[in-house]
Design a protein around this ligand. Structure first.
Ligand SMILES: Nc1nc2c(c(=O)[nH]1)N[C@H]1C(S)=C(S)[C@@H](COP(=O)(O)O)O[C@H]1N2
Ligand SMILES: [Mo]
Length: 162
């Protein structure tokens, strides 16, 4: 019985390691270069902290990669290029359960705001639990955590102009 338990634990561990290795974050839409980033790829980008207040008012510390840095890597019109018609572009963040949230590009551009929106992979210095990970969008400075969507799988840049 004990052996079966050990085998099962080993199997679960292998499966979760495999899932982590197989994971790819897609970056698509109005981008210069569409990307499929592994968690390993994300380790090469800068890291930032962001605080998120949960539904019970408790503050949690997350760390991860600024969304700005990921979009910059994909050649999205940010910084000096985020003006004129480009201001009607948006970021749609898609999650494994079908949940989707939208931000305007200006909300994540550090030439517009000091608020650092990140794709987090740790909470309180620990990896996110499987039901929330491997990546969670953390939108700090909001009254509720509804836009901080978990199990993010894709970033889609769109054009909202009529
Ligand atoms: N993928 C995904 N992310 C989501 C949601 C969801 O249904 N799916 N719900 C949101 C809402 S409405 C809230 S209040 C918070 C809850 O986060 P928590 O379960 O970590 O407290 O997650 C947000 N992120
Ligand atoms: Mo919510």
């Amino acid at each position: 019985m004990e052996k079966i338990g050990t085998l099962l634990a080993a199997l679960l561990l292998t499966t979760s390691i495999y899932a982590q290795q197989a994971f790819k974050l897609k970056v698509s839409g109005e981008v210069g270069t569409p990307l499929e980033l592994s968690l390993q790829d994300l380790t090469k980008l800068p890291r930032k902290n962001a605080a998120l207040t949960d539904r019970d008012g408790k503050v949690h510390q997350y760390t991860g990669v600024p969304v700005y840095a990921i979009l910059q890597k994909a050649g999205v019109t940010l910084g000096g290029e985020l003006r004129g018609a480009n201001l009607s572009k948006y970021l749609l963040v898609k999650c494994a359960d079908g949940y989707e949230v939208l931000l305007s590009l200006a909300e994540i551009d550090n030439s517009f705001t000091d608020r650092e929106v990140i794709l987090a992979d740790t909470i309180e210095q620990q990896p996110l639990e499987a039901t929330k990970g491997p990546l969670r969008l953390v939108v700090p400075g909001e009254k509720k955590p509804a836009r901080s969507c978990f199990q993010v799988i894709e970033l889609v840049v769109g054009y909202g102009k009529d």
